[in-house]
Design a protein around this ligand. Structure first.
Ligand SMILES: Cc1ncc(COP(=O)(O)O)c(C=O)c1O
Length: 371
């Protein structure tokens, strides 16, 4: 029982304890209604997220990965097209492009935010480019004004990967409301996490909304009538019920993460060569991850392992160096900023239930490395 309070990289049970009666009641309501697939529970949660982000349509699907795949299809990305994206992300971002099958075209990242560098996008555009897929990594928005301007000039669709950014703002606007279409993930570790897989597509566009609703249900516009080849990718009613409870707390939880990040930042000032997350003044970051950089990352991670300080590396290998993307023909040196970031980053525990004492323990663990 002593380990109840034990610090972890993420403690989903600690969060559950704070909302248990509401979550249990929401689950019970779905189970006793017998309505497990789509229906009112999912519709209400879709409406709640659409309102939260400020978009007209939200379509619940099985995962963030599926959300991005269906968003690409709805945005008109077709076989043989190219989609510009970042190599510094979770593999799902680029994986879904290959499912079309289209080609991911990587562009290096900004050294401060670690998001795609808009200044490098135009050089990557070819006659086959159909879309740009920025990722708001760790919950900080990419440079959307610049990206939208380039997209407009070259007639490209912008698909926002908001898997890590629900609640993050860019110049006062919610991420997910800026591009043509966006994908959210409700993977359990996300700031708004389900009790299993889940995802959602966001758009203001009526035609894309219709397409996504048809595609998620075997291409069906009405029962046993199939207008497209689709997939089976629906958000479970049980997950929607849990998520609807959690959505009410999202702003409060994100605010707690921001306060914890501010405290970490202050404590890490002057500690070794630690570089804290750099958030641009116009960005409202929600710290899906609190990710530091050091030139001695591998030794640091080893030290933290021995000292019992929870940590993770998001992400150790940029996508262009993953064996799965070997056929793209990129190599070490192709995207030096992403490669440098991948060699330096490591993430620390950040979730609303952590105490200041626990944050202090983490800081001490890291400071101990430099002694
Ligand atoms: C940036 C990014 N894109 C896409 C995904 C895929 O989401 P999911 O795991 O819900 O399929 C994730 C998270 O897992 C992610 O972090």
């Amino acid at each position: 029982m002593g380990d109840k309070q034990k610090l972890q990289l993420l403690d989903l049970v600690a969060q559950y304890r704070t909302i248990k009666p509401e979550v249990d009641a929401a689950i019970e309501k779905v189970v006793s209604s017998g309505g497990f697939i789509l229906g009112k529970t999912v519709e209400e949660f879709e409406a709640g997220v659409a309102k939260y982000v400020g978009v007209r349509h939200a379509i619940g699907v099985n995962s963030g990965t599926d959300a991005l795949y269906l968003a690409l299809k709805a945005a008109g990305v077709r076989a043989g097209d190219e989609v510009i994206t970042t190599p510094f992300t979770f593999i799902a971002t680029a994986e879904v492009i290959t499912w079309i099958p289209a080609t991911p075209v990587f562009v290096d990242i900004c050294p401060d935010t670690l998001n795609i560098d808009p200044a490098r996008i135009e050089a990557a555009i070819t006659p086959r480019t159909r879309a740009i897929m920025p990722v708001h990594i760790y919950g900080q928005a990419a440079d959307m004004d610049e990206i939208m301007a380039i997209a407009k000039k070259h007639n490209l669709a912008v698909i926002e990967d908001c898997a890590q950014s629900l609640g993050a703002t860019y110049r006062g606007r919610q991420t997910g409301s800026i591009g043509a279409i966006a994908g959210l993930s409700f993977f359990p570790s996300k700031n708004l996490g389900a009790y299993g897989d889940g995802g959602m597509i966001l758009t203001d566009d009526d035609a894309m909304d219709r397409d996504c609703r048809v595609l998620r249900q075997h291409g069906s516009d009405k029962k046993y009538h199939h207008v497209k080849i689709g997939v089976n990718s629906r958000l479970d009613a049980l997950q929607a019920a849990v998520l609807a409870v959690k959505l009410k707390y999202l702003d409060q939880w994100n605010k707690a993460r921001q306060e914890m990040a501010a405290y970490y930042n202050q404590r890490f000032a002057g500690v070794g060569d630690i570089r804290v997350p750099e958030v641009r003044g116009y960005n409202g970051a929600i710290y899906h991850q609190y990710t530091l950089r050091t030139s001695q990352r591998d030794a640091m991670v080893e030290h933290l392992g021995k000292a019992g300080v929870p940590h993770a590396v998001h992400y150790p290998i940029p996508l262009h160096l993953q064996p799965a993307f070997e056929s793209l023909g990129k190599k070490q040196g192709s995207f030096p900023v992403a490669e440098d970031a991948a060699s330096r980053v490591f993430s620390l525990p950040i979730y609303p239930e952590i105490s200041k004492d626990q944050q202090d323990q983490v800081v001490d663990g890291i400071a101990g490395f430099f002694k």
